[in-house]
Design a protein around this ligand. Sequence first.
Ligand code: AMP
Length: 420
Amino acid sequence: MTFNELNIISPILKALDAEGYKNPTPIQEQAIPILLAGRDLLGCAQTGTGKTAAFAIPILQLLDSRHAERNHRHIKVLILTPTRELAIQINESFAAYGRNLRLKHTVIFGGVPQGAQVQTLQRGIDILIATPGRLLDLMSQGYISLKDLEIFVLDEADRMLDMGFIHDVKKVVAKLPSKRQTLFFSATMPTEIQKLANTILVNPEKVEVTPASTTAETITQSVYYVDKKDKRQLLEYILKDPKITMALVFTRTKHGADKVVKDLHKANVTAEAIHGNKSQNARQRALSNFKEGRIRVLVATDIAARGIDVDSLSHVINYEIPEVPETYVHRIGRTGRAGASGIAVSFCDEEERQDFRNILKLTAQQIPVIDNHPYPSSFSGKVIINPPKNKDIVHRPNAVSGSGGPVRHRPGVGRSYNKR
Ligand code: AMP
């Protein structure tokens, strides 16, 4: 399948070519015809599947065909997304795919002064990408009217729920014209999200690409069982591999992220942290330093990293195991994007074993254990062998060498599996 076969107009085809996109991803193949036909869409897809282009391309095409006259600009499309990083990236995608069209788009989010955003809005725009808080703020001040809205996109609905934005989302929806096209994306479909989808979509087509519990096949995963106190050394050890040119490291807390950065600096590894306590500017700076190769490691908390889109990110390292198993899927989805290969490594200490078991259950897969490494765990290391669908929990002794001395880890050697 080619984009041409999806009847994409030539200015967009040229832009996609400039982006280096050869073929549509599965979600694009499925969603683009539905959206071009004006239908509502329920998309069950995580980031990394190409979902932004799956909605941005048809939206640009629909607007271009409907609005030849552009004397009076008003907001025709609203994309609501939970984080600023995601909002910025969606805006960049519209800029990329719409570069040969004359449609105007902008992005608004909180945490920065509103002046510049208001000025851009006042010049007139066609497509607005927004986070909920700032959108409601500017609406209540009268700077934004959505009365002429034609298309509404709710992105990452499950994350909106996690972050406590559902009430805000409902407030925004209440202000939208009832005659509109609605696109609803969520990586997972908990009951509350399903209910919300039912209330805002009309006779939607459903598109599901990667169920939330599955991880991209292009990602090679492994786990190291390690004592908490040794995680720092293990990270430095792993980063000795020069093949790791870009690594996104996840911690559970902001404080933890700062601590990892400090430790890496001591080990002469370039690193910066990105989390909610950093100013918007600092976060953007860190992200662009990372994207442009000025730093090798970006350390992030889950919320800050949501939607971070770094082409060619080769490694994701879970320095701490997330409590919510779906978060694992989101984290490692930052690598192995759009068919590229990626590596996801997890450090699991004694206290985190239950969380790791939950991940194995959710993803219903085997994750190889790397047990030949210089920092073997001291805990007795019972790891669950058969998490999915097995009532008899079987344990496997941790495959620690027992020698106590450093054992050189050779990739692919000393692996065992959490297997059936
Ligand atoms: P998303 O799921 O929207 O976060 O997109 C994931 C990544 O895939 C982004 O870096 C996109 O630039 C890239 N991408 C999206 N569509 C395609 C495509 N058809 N071919 C190659 N890369 C793509």
